[in-house]
Design a binder for this molecule. Structure first.
Ligand SMILES: *[C@@H]1O[C@H](CO)[C@@H](O)[C@H](O)[C@H]1NC(C)=O
Ligand SMILES: *[C@@H]1O[C@H](CO)[C@@H](O)[C@H](O)[C@H]1NC(C)=O
Ligand SMILES: *[C@@H]1O[C@H](CO)[C@@H](O)[C@H](O)[C@H]1NC(C)=O
Length: 361
C-alpha cells in the first residue's frame, strides 16, 4: 500500500553532463500575492498574479543547481530495471521550471514531453483542494460555486494554463455510447453537449487514472464524489463555451495509444530547489511506443503547488474565516493528498517497480 521509501534495494548515482542552473529571483510571497521572475538560458521570465499588484520588489539571485541524480529502487517487481531507468535519466536534458508558474500534467506514461507530473494534473490538485474546502467548511459545493471558484483561480493563477487529460480509450467509449464517430472533444456540437457531459463524468469516459479511480471507488478515497464530478463538468463546460474567456486558460490533452508503463518514478529535489520553487522537467516516455514508459510524479513540486492552492483557498475563498487559514488548509491538503496518492498508486502501479530520483548537489 505505502509506496514511498520503505526499503532501499539498490541505488546508483550519476553525474549530470552539465550542471543544470536556474537563476531565479526569489518569488515574493505575501498573502496571496505572487511575483517572480527567473532567468533560464539567458531569457528573463516574469510573472505576476493579475489579481494583485506587486508589493515587494527586492530581488536576490540564487542558484538551484543539482549536479547529481541519485536513483534508488524502493520496490522490486517485474518491469523496468534500475539500469533501464538509469539509462533513461542519464540521457535526459533537464530544464528547471518555477513550479508556481507551471502546469502539472497527469500521471501517464504516454506523455512524450518534458513535464511535471501530479495525480490528475492541475485538475487533480484543484479537486483535492475542493474536497479539503468542503471538509473544513462543512459545506457541500454546488456546480455554480465550483464554477465560481475555478474561474477565480483561472483568473489569478500564476501559470499560463490549467491542465487536464483524457485518452483515446475513454473518449472512444463515449463515442460508442453516443453512436457517433469523430466527435471534437475540444469543442463539440452544441446539441451533443448535454449527453456528452453525462458520459464524460462517468469513470468509463475518463482517461485520467486518478480522477477515474476516485469516481469509481469513492469509498476507498473516503470522498464525496459529487464535488469531483461537478468539477469535471465545469471544466468541460468552460472548455466548450466560446463566450467564456476562461476557456483560453484551459489546456486539455487526449493521450493516444495504450498504457505500457513498467515503472513508477518519483522525482525529488533538494532543499535549495524547494526554496526556489523549482523542479526539473522529466519525460515519461521518450520517442515512440517501444521506449521505456514510466509514471512520473514530482512529489516535492506538488507540495510547492499545494502551498499556492492553500493560500488561494484560505485567503481568497475562505478569507481566513471560520478558522480556515492557509496553514491549516495546507496541512489538510498534504494529509489527504498522501492518502489519495497511496490509493491511486496502489491501483495503477501496485505491481510494478517503484523508483526515486533525487536531484542533488
Ligand atoms: C537540451 O534542451 C535545450 C532546450 O530545449 C536544447 O536547446 C538542447 O539542444 C538540448 N540538449 C540536448 C543535448 O539534447
Ligand atoms: C527510443 O527508441 C528508439 C528506437 O526504438 C531508440 O533509438 C532511442 O534511443 C530510444 N530513446 C530512448 C531515450 O530510449
Ligand atoms: C512496451 O514497452 C516495452 C519497453 O519498456 C517495449 O519493448 C514494448 O514494445 C512496448 N509494448 C507496446 C505494446 O508498446
Amino acid at each position: 500500500m505505502l509506496l514511498i521509501g520503505i526499503i532501499q534495494l539498490v541505488s546508483s548515482t550519476m553525474m549530470l553532463d552539465e550542471e543544470v542552473t536556474l537563476e531565479l529571483t526569489v518569488p515574493q510571497v505575501s498573502g496571496h500575492e505572487f511575483v517572480s521572475s527567473m532567468n533560464i538560458n539567458g531569457i528573463q521570465y516574469m510573472s505576476i498574479c493579475e489579481c494583485v499588484s506587486p508589493e515587494l520588489t527586492e530581488q536576490e539571485d540564487i542558484k538551484c543547481a543539482p549536479s547529481i541524480i541519485t536513483l534508488t529502487q524502493d520496490i522490486e517487481a517485474p518491469g523496468a530495471t534500475l539500469e533501464e531507468v538509469q539509462e533513461k535519466l542519464e540521457t535526459g536534458n533537464y530544464t528547471f521550471v518555477n513550479v508556481y508558474s507551471s502546469s502539472f500534467r497527469c500521471i501517464d506514461g504516454r506523455i512524450t514531453e518534458p513535464s511535471l507530473g501530479s495525480f490528475g494534473g492541475d485538475l487533480g490538485e484543484f479537486a483535492l483542494a475542493l474536497l479539503v474546502y468542503e471538509d473544513l467548511s462543512g459545506s457541500r459545493l454546488d456546480e455554480e460555486t465550483i464554477r465560481l471558484y475555478l474561474t477565480e483561480y483561472l483568473e489569478c493563477m500564476e501559470q499560463e494554463s490549467f491542465y487536464w487529460c483524457n485518452d483515446d480509450d475513454a473518449v472512444g467509449k463515449v463515442e460508442k455510447e453516443m453512436g457517433i464517430e469523430g466527435i471534437d472533444f475540444y469543442n463539440p456540437r452544441q446539441d451533443l453537449e448535454e449527453q456528452l457531459l453525462e458520459l464524460l463524468m462517468h469513470p468509463d469516459g475518463i482517461g485520467d487514472l486518478h480522477i477515474k479511480n476516485m469516481l469509481k471507488y469513492p469509498d476507498k478515497y473516503s470522498i464525496r464524489k459529487e464535488a469531483v464530478e461537478l468539477l469535471v463538468k465545469v471544466f468541460y463546460k468552460i472548455l466548450w463555451n466560446e463566450e467564456d474567456s476562461m476557456r483560453e486558460e484551459l489546456y486539455f490533452e487526449i493521450y493516444p495509444g495504450s498504457h505500457n508503463e513498467t515503472g513508477f518514478l518519483e522525482v525529488r529535489t533538494m532543499e535549495d530547489c524547494f526554496v526556489l520553487e523549482a523542479a526539473p522537467l522529466v519525460v515519461p516516455r521518450e520517442g515512440d511506443k517501444d521506449n521505456l514508459s514510466l509514471f512520473v510524479h514530482h512529489l516535492d513540486a506538488v507540495n510547492i503547488k499545494r502551498t499556492q492552492l492553500s493560500l488561494f483557498f484560505g485567503e481568497k475563498i475562505a478569507k481566513n474565516q471560520d478558522g480556515i487559514t492557509a496553514d491549516k488548509f495546507l496541512s489538510r491538503m498534504k494529509h489527504h493528498g498522501i492518502m489519495f496518492m497511496d490509493v491511486t498508486g496502489s491501483i495503477i502501479a501496485g505491481n510494478i517497480p517503484f523508483f526515486t530520483a533525487n536531484f542533488e548537489n
